[in-house]
Design a protein around this ligand. Structure first.
Ligand code: Z57
Length: 828
């Protein structure tokens, strides 16, 4: 029996000890064994990539051990678990992160060096797991790291796309997209669970039934696809806990009769069935435009349905009464993308578990919480009713029923205000009748969270005002954070050592508030000198990378000024480029002695444009056009270099962020819900040049405005500025736009529309209005950079003040205030 087998294993190995040894000799033996038996190369001859494969399999074994023990422990304790549903997880690389979190990095490094390999070199062999677009997806990844580290009983659920976010290549300054077939070389971090699979139904018909006076529906699907689980262990730092990220892949369903009359029929039927796999084929590369595509809806339901089946099965393994469900289960709905989960849980409770409507509704409301990442109501997800009704007929019914109940309640509460009732309805009666997924989520979830305080204010006053006025107690915010394990320990080892040295402890890696202890040393010349040395090392790495990729040689004495993030009009990369044009123009107009006073700059921009986003693609081209002109101008030399870093992703960020002096977060106020890039820069001691938007408002409170370069219109000023017709745009702005318009950088026709969009009456993102204030902030940064002691002190204070922006703090707030879960620590 299972019990006997367990007792035997316990006697032989000690259940919690683990089988594997972690001294360098054992690790070395392990790696060689994996070379021989897993990678199937000779242990006497293998290259860097094969060494990486063997190494990661050896790490994987250790992950699996902890992951088993953690789940054993969770099973025994049966705590309330959080199920984190997200359509995107941007994990990046796993090797360094894993060995650091397991606490055996040095042991591995030693084992490898005896074999003649460098750990860093092998780590570079790994490709990114890019199953997400940008901020939202990387946030999920950071939160998983924190949840594991803080011992929370959590499962992540998502989709295992075969193609992640496209690779960006630049040809003649234009973006081209290449498929990211990331599984080509195998993925050592996942565990395929062929036996964990669920059928997911689509299309078909619904028939109402009654049994013992309880009404329910029977859904006969038109198509069934199998969801197969791929498990990805997520190790915590300084704990034995390793949680699971379960990603679903679509496979043709096993239960299916083929009726064929000839070979052709048979072959075609098989080929047809194979099309089921298309569901999890590819990540949508534009996370903010909803085109009402069937495949996207299929992806959403596919992952939601498989996850809900898995979660309910796990619940029913131990419990037989759904009254206990809200004490054991919390669903976190990451943006509206997984919000079909609401209707799906309703459907399962009513149609399969035969609970009545009212009880099902109570259970769903108590278990679901929702985080929104959006600032504008127009950007909210809508699904055409026709599409939903054909793909998920029963879910559409359920949504109508939910809406019916809600409309009744609303009329009782607010009376005759029909336009407000219309706005709050789940159903939008437009040209295309559709379902508003945000309204559905707000109505069902017991808590709605924003991602920063400023975002919360916008939710209350604009985006969800109608709902806030009805249910103010539902609305909250948890300011985003990022994990210091990835963004300092993994990506900036030199800084990590320096911090630990001055704090006299490594405890800040788990308890990030301790970083504040650096404050008292901020003006200590000894620390300052080491601090600058660390920055220099990181700048050297970055400079090498830039030269290899773009051929541009940059001076280490220059200020490295960086803006890396998705290309978007509201993020205003265009403002940055126009600022660069202004700087260039100034240098050109200076005499030789004035040029000597210029603070040299390397302006670095990187980011992907969604494939269908014309304007963003033009911005990328403009960046290259300006770079081409500036970098080849002998008058300018090292005073100004412009670099576009291609194919920005997590691992590129890990290289660029530690090597930058200044970073830009310059969205039009009121448009960035939070922003998380700024927090990574902050932790790495980079100064921020920013608008008071999103989480920057809270960063100012922690760091102090005097340690940052702030500029631009405030959130409350933006609507007024847009009303005004004559903005009093500065002459400098008119001049730089004219330079682009007149073809100073070439491609006059191509850039015309960009320039037109900056006309006084069209400049929606207020580049013109903010331009002079932007230039002042830039000039201030130049002045401060000259005084390196002061700059270094500001840099130290940035790191010292970054503690609040750790995802450890964020998830703890979620755990206590939203999910109601507690740590469940696996004994060592
Ligand atoms: C996305 O990455 C974000 C918001 C969205 O609505 C979608 Br869809 C994707 C970003 C916000 O723009 C950032 O401001 C925020 O920091 C991030 O989500 C994480 O909350």
């Amino acid at each position: 029996s299972l019990g006997e087998r367990r007792a035997k294993a316990e006697k032989m190995f000690g259940l919690m000890d683990g089988f594997l040894k972690n001294d360098p000799m054992s690790l070395q033996k392990d790696i060689l064994e994996h070379v021989e038996y897993t990678v199937a190369r000779s242990r006497f001859s293998f290259d860097d990539f094969e060494a990486f494969q063997a190494l990661s399999h050896s790490v994987r074994d250790r992950l699996i051990e902890r992951w088993h023990d953690t789940h054993q422990h969770f099973k025994k304790q049966d705590p309330k678990r959080l199920y984190f549903l997200s359509l995107e997880f941007l994990m990046g690389r796993s090797l360094s992160n894993s060995v650091i979190n397991l606490g055996i990095r040095d042991e591995y490094a030693e084992a490898l060096s005896q074999l003649g390999f460098g750990f860093e070199v092998l780590a570079e062999q790994e490709g990114d797991a890019a199953l997400g677009n940008g901020g939202l997806a990387r946030l999920s990844a950071c939160q998983m790291d924190s949840l594991a580290t803080l011992d929370y009983p959590v499962w992540g659920y998502g989709l295992r796309y075969q193609y992640g976010l496209f690779r960006q290549i630049i040809v003649d300054g234009y973006q081209h997209e290449q498929p990211d077939y990331w599984l080509n070389f195998g993925n050592p971090w996942e565990i395929e669970r062929v036996q964990v699979s669920y059928p997911v139904k689509f299309y078909g018909t619904v028939e109402e039934k009654t049994s013992n006076g309880v009404r329910y529906n029977v859904w006969t699907p038109g198509e069934t696809v199998e969801a197969v689980a791929y498990d990805n262990p997520i190790p915590g730092y300084g704990t034995r806990n390793a949680i699971n990220l379960r990603l679903w892949a679509a496979k043709p369903s096993g239960q299916y009769d083929l009726e064929s009359y000839n070979t052709g029929d048979y072959i075609n039927a098989i080929v047809d069935r194979q099309k089921a796999e298309a569901i999890s084929n590819v990540l949508y590369p534009d996370d903010r435009s909803y085109q009402g595509k069937e495949l996207r809806l299929k992806q959403q339901y596919f992952f939601v349905s498989a996850s809900v089946q898995d979660i309910i099965r796990r619940f029913k393994d131990v419990h037989d009464n759904f009254d206990e469900f809200p004490d054991k289960v919390a669903f976190q709905i990451n943006d509206t993308h997984p919000s079909l989960a609401i209707a799906e849980v309703m459907r399962v409770l009513i149609d399969e578990e035969r609970l009545d409507w009212k009880r099902s509704w109570e259970i769903v409301c108590q278990t679901c919480s929702f985080t929104t990442h959006t600032v504008n109501a127009e950007g909210l997800e809508k699904i055409p009713v026709d599409l939903l009704g054909s793909l998920l007929p029963r879910h559409l019914q359920i949504m109508y029923d939910i809406n019916h109940h809600f409309m009744e309640e609303l009329k009782r509460k607010i009376g005759q205000d029909y336009s407000r009732i219309e706005r709050m309805s789940i159903v939008e009666e437009g040209v295309v009748k559709s379902i508003r997924m945000a309204n559905l989520s707000i109505i069902c979830c017991h808590i709605v969270n924003g991602v920063s305080r400023a975002h919360f204010e916008l939710l209350k006053t604009r985006v969800f005002k109608d709902f806030y006025d009805l249910w103010p107690q539902k609305f909250h915010y948890k300011t985003n954070g990022v994990t210091q394990r990835r963004w300092i320990v993994v990506s900036n080892p030199s800084l990590c050592c320096l911090i630990s040295k001055w704090l006299g402890t490594e405890a800040w890696i788990r308890n990030v508030d301790l970083l504040a202890g650096l404050r008292e040393h901020a003006s200590n010349p000894v620390l300052q000198q080491d601090w600058r040395m660390v920055k220099k090392i990181n700048k050297m790495r970055l400079a090498e990378y830039i030269e290899t990729l773009t051929g541009v040689k940059v001076s280490l004495d220059a200020m490295f000024d960086v803006q890396i993030k998705r290309i978007h009009e509201y993020k205003r990369q265009l403002l940055n480029i126009l600022g660069i044009v202004y700087r260039y123009d100034c240098i050109k107009n200076m005499n030789k002695s004035d040029r000597k006073k210029v603070v040299p700059r390397v302006c670095i921009i990187g980011g992907k444009a969604a494939p269908g986003y014309e304007v963003a693609k033009k911005i990328i081209k403009l960046c290259h056009a300006v770079a081409e002109k500036v970098n080849n101008d002998a008058d300018v030399g090292d005073l100004l270099k412009v670099v576009f870093i291609p194919d920005y992703n997590v691992s590129v960020a890990e290289l660029v962020i530690p090597g930058s002096d200044l970073s830009q977060h310059i969205s039009t106020a009121g448009h960035e819900a939070s922003g998380t890039g700024s927090m990574k820069f902050l932790m790495n001691g980079c100064l921020l040049l920013a608008t008071a938007d999103g989480s920057t408002v809270e960063i100012i409170e922690e760091i102090g405005a005097e340690n940052m370069f702030l500029f631009g219109a405030k959130v409350h000023e933006v609507p007024q500025l847009r009303e005004k017709t004559a903005l009093g745009v500065s002459l400098q702005f008119i001049r730089v736009v004219r330079m682009v318009r007149d073809g100073y950088f070439g491609f006059k026709e191509y850039f015309k529309s960009l320039c037109d969009s900056l006309d006084d009456d069209k400049d929606f993102y207020l580049l013109g209005a903010d331009f002079s204030s932007y230039l002042e902030a830039q000039a201030m940064a130049d002045r401060e950079f000259v005084n390196q002691d002061n700059w270094t002190s500001m840099s130290i204070l940035s790191t010292a003040g970054s503690g609040r922006f750790s995802s450890d703090r964020t998830v703890e707030e979620y755990a206590k205030q939203t999910w109601g879960i507690e740590p469940c620590k696996c004994p060592f």
